[in-house]
Design a protein around this ligand. Sequence first.
Ligand code: TTP
Ligand code: MG
Length: 406
Amino acid sequence: MACSILHVDLDAFFVSVEQALEPALRDKPVVVGGNPQGRGVVASASYEARAYGLCAGMPLATAYRLCPQAIFLQGNFSRYQEASERFIDILARFTPFIEVSGIDEAYLDITGFDALHGSARQLACNLKQAVSRELGITASVGIATSKVVAKVASDLCKPDGLMEVAPGEEAVFLAPLPVAKLPGVGPKTEQRLKGIGIHSIGQLANLSASFVRYVLGRGGGWLHSCARGVDPRKIELPAAAKSISRATTFARDTLSSSFLKANLCYLSQRVGAELRQQRKAARCITLKLRYADFQTITRSRTLKEAVDIDQVIFQTGCELLEKAVEHRGKLVRLIGIGVSRLVAAGRQLSFEDESATRLEQLNHAIDGLRQKYGFTCIQTGQTLLLQDFLPVAEGHYVLATPALSR
Ligand code: TTP
Ligand code: MG
């Protein structure tokens, strides 16, 4: 069966994040990169700005000359990081086979998913809708039998596009396009190919592989294969997690310490459950807070012994939280808890300590019940507070930003 690969790339990503947060910027020429009097370059330009010839990598002074009425923004990387995390969370609802290839792009392998989601095109439409509804940003999607063809397709249909290349049509689809459209062909390679009269991908495909290698060096063989639409690379899944974390962005920024702790408690239980399922224990616990102004802080503590008990993760998280928010009146936008320095669970606990043993038994008993009846079947007084704020689906609280694990 032919593979079905999607390449998803957000449109004018940095600019779109700014436009989603500030409606007055929408439908206008906007540039993220900095002050046009400065020495920086354009990082991202809205499609309205691109109509004036602006593009990524262009000196800001040139951009200003071409389009003085453009709105130039400094940018804020934490905002883009958060939007990127939320984007990947949305993709993860469609398939676990995801390769994140950049801050705003990913490949998805949906081979054999028809029974679950309908056609690849249908899945792509649903995905585009979810991204647009939840992030306020449009995405472009290419569908093909390989990564390289899917990427060329998503690039070609921007913005807000969807393009499918049917199996067997890859070489015909690529043939008329300029060689620069092929990923991996930069300005130098393009010039070298032009020097020997090769302008289109089809012309490149018609040369012999050995000649292309002779002209372009070792990478030539790979480009020649891509030009023919042949790319056997599989989706690269991330290596086994070195840490486990769960985070949520609140529907409304908050100062309430009881609400923060209720969320922290729930997230700690989710992290603990995942740790025990992986039969691991952790030496380091990290609290993450993002304030309303997107300033993000992390606070970590290394423990004497590796733990896998919810109560220890939560208690440590609370202590870190109390220290972090001490004397600060800043509204909190996101809270997260993570564990790292993972070791195989087993002998690390001090078994002489009766209360630790009891807690461990309790956690395992609760895990068993939750596997059967859902996470919310047993709750502590602390997490019950969340009932007033969060919907429950399939026995879990539905967080604004679904759980992340890395
Ligand atoms: P791209 O996906 O290449 O660009 P884009 O999302 O702005 O526009 P589009 O995909 O619609 O063509 O890159 C994603 C982000 O990465 C971009 O918004 C800003 C950042 N970036 C830079 O900071 N410098 C660069 O030179 C490029 C190309 C991107
Ligand atoms: Mg993009």
